[in-house]
Design a binder for this molecule. Structure first.
Ligand SMILES: Nc1ncnc2c1ncn2[C@@H]1O[C@H](COP(=O)(O)OP(=O)(O)OP(=O)(O)O)[C@@H](O)[C@H]1O
Ligand SMILES: [Mg+2]
Length: 254
């Protein structure tokens, strides 16, 4: 079938996962970090990636973005093989990435930070208002240098940058790290808002209480592999499974 009719393919592609990693290996220098990661992110909703420190969660996100090159295996996104694409092309394909380190330009204002993140032209006013609805601090500090903001507010700027234009997939690495409970509550509200749009989210998070009510599906990593994948509700209801899969990581984050 050389030229398939796209309409004929529609029902099939609609149920296809948005992102699939198959047997992905990643080497960093001489170290063999990812050792055959199989990860599926369904279209729509919010998928959680859990795992103890050093399990390979950040390396997985960086490999999806092409910041590390997979040494074996494949990564398919939205019906395309993106394994060998350069990072800017992966971003253009519709994936946004919020790294662990709250990537904002400290010397630039909040407005300028968002302006630079908009690839397709001027800022979409209505969308910015929508984002400021769940991150009101952005409006308050709109014309202040982002470097003056608190950690939680910088995290909001970083997430706002990633969603300032619609993206198909949002990768977010540990957004709650070091944040006060009140800020974590506003992040939960923001992710709920995003879930209601057609953005698919893959969230790396070790704070199980943060993700148990947010996640639709969950994958758990250990030693460079995915060792469990399923519905979040099933893991949230199964104390023994949590203990077995997450006992270590929960303890290490108290
Ligand atoms: N630049 C690097 N050079 C060498 N080893 C690295 C590098 N980055 C990560 N690693 C190693 O790869 C493994 C996985 O790291 P990664 O950052 O992906 O873990 P993580 O699951 O995100 O952990 P955390 O919860 O602490 O953020 C660790 O053993 C780490 O030491
Ligand atoms: Mg990490």
């Amino acid at each position: 079938m050389e030229h398939p009719n796209p309409n004929m393919l529609k029902p099939e592609t609609a149920s296809e996962p948005l992102l699939t990693l198959s047997g992905v290996h990643t080497h960093i220098g001489q170290y063999h970090i990812l050792q055959g990661v199989d990860l599926v992110v369904p279209r729509g909703g919010l998928s959680i990636l859990l795992g103890r420190n050093g399990a390979g969660k950040t390396t997985t996100l960086r490999t999806i973005m092409g910041l590390w090159k997979a040494s074996a295996g494949s990564i398919h996104f939205d019906g395309r093989d993106i394994t060998k694409l350069a990072t800017p092309d992966i971003a253009r394909a519709g994936i946004a990435y919020v790294p662990e380190s709250m990537a904002v330009f400290s010397d630039l204002t909040v407005r300028e930070n968002l302006y630079l993140a908009a690839r397709n032209g001027p800022l979409d006013r209505a969308r910015v208002d929508w984002i400021c609805g769940f991150f009101p601090a952005l409006k308050k500090f709109w014309n202040y240098p982002a470097g003056n903001l608190s950690g939680g507010q910088k995290q909001m700027v970083a997430i706002a940058r990633a969603i300032v234009e619609p993206r198909k997939l949002l990768l977010v690495d540990e957004p709650t790290k070091g944040l006060a409970p009140a800020i974590i509550q506003s992040l939960i509200a923001a992710f709920r808002e995003l879930k209601a749009t057609d953005t698919t989210i893959l969230l790396v998070e070790q704070n199980f209480n943060f993700v148990r009510s947010l996640g639709d599906t969950v994958s758990v990593m250990d030693d460079g592999r995915v060792v469990h994948a399923g519905a979040m509700a099933a893991l949230a209801d199964d104390g023994a499974l949590q203990q077995r899969l997450l006992g270590l990581s929960l303890d290490s984050h108290q």
